[in-house]
Design a protein around this ligand. Structure first.
Ligand code: ZN
Length: 281
């Protein structure tokens, strides 16, 4: 009788190798003009104005949801969960922006963890998948918060603001482009956020940075931002800006879609190394 064991082992190895191959994510090359589009804070205009317009342009986008700020008090200026669900149904990404929009650097790890879980629960109650990307409220971040995100396992990418590499007067501004080879995926910088002091010219400068493997990340608050005029965007200006992205040939995606181009499990050992290097430059 021929010994069967070597054949069985060989077959098993071949099968495992195949399974391995099929699970390796095939990443797309990062094209120039790749732009991530995000909207923070649940402003009513996300549903009543922004979503339809973004959809008309066939762009992807992420809406970062919090029950903080005026969410629980003013349904005139903030979306309802029904409206948030509609954004999901339209194909947009719903991201986690914490329960109460507190500065995460002032929270214990446990409090931040609970705040994240709250949004997960509310999403589940409303038939929305558990968010896999995060946005730091008020753009504040630190290592402790990044560690909490890591313990959650579910998060692929997290967006911060333009600080500390760029100065931030809080009324819109430019930041670094996201360099997936160097930046930690849970500290993706904002390349530009809209506000009264930073308009279409700065948007164009930000988009010009989306080349040679770097990705531009855009952040809007309300269009208009009724309760937060310091990060307001005028609806007519917003229309022009979307038209610019279209005419310029940008690929405009939600934050979650970064994983088509970037392996989020490939994380630098020191999350802040790249930020420190940029600051020194
Ligand atoms: Zn926010």
């Amino acid at each position: 009788m021929r010994p069967l064991l070597p054949f069985i082992l060989l077959h098993l190895c071949a099968t495992l190798a195949l399974a391995d191959d099929s699970e390796t994510p095939k990443l797309l090359p990062i094209p120039d003009k790749l732009v991530v589009l995000t909207f923070d804070d649940c402003n009513k205009s996300d549903r009543t104005f922004v979503a339809d317009l973004v959809k008309e342009h066939a762009f992807g986008a992420t809406f970062y949801i919090t029950e903080g700020l005026g969410f629980l008090k003013s349904k005139e200026n903030y979306m309802t969960w029904k409206e948030i669900r509609e954004l999901h149904d339209m194909g947009f990404e719903i991201g986690n922006h914490t329960k109460a929009h507190r500065n995460v650097t002032k929270l214990t790890k446990e409090a931040l963890s609970k705040s994240l879980d709250h949004i997960d629960t509310r999403c589940a109650e409303n038939g929305i998948p558990r968010p896999i990307t995060f946005c730091f409220p008020g753009f504040s971040h630190n290592l402790s918060a990044v560690e909490v995100l890591m313990t959650k396992k579910v998060f692929t990418f997290a967006r911060r603001g333009i600080r500390p590499e760029f100065e931030d007067g809080g009324r819109g501004g430019l930041g670094p482009a996201y360099n997936p080879k160097l930046d930690h995926p849970l500290l993706v910088p904002t390349t530009w956020y809209s506000g009264p002091e930073s308009g279409t010219d700065d948007l164009k400068k930000a988009v010009a940075k989306a080349k040679d493997g770097k990705i531009t990340v855009l952040c809007y608050h309300g269009v208009p931002a009724i309760e937060h005029p310091w990060v307001n965007t005028d609806p007519e200006v917003f229309k022009e800006q979307l038209q610019f992205l279209k005419d310029h040939g940008c690929t405009v995606i939600a934050m979650r879609d970064l994983k088509k181009y970037v392996d989020p499990t490939n994380r630098p050992e020191d999350p802040y190394a790249q930020i420190e290097q940029r600051k020194q430059r």
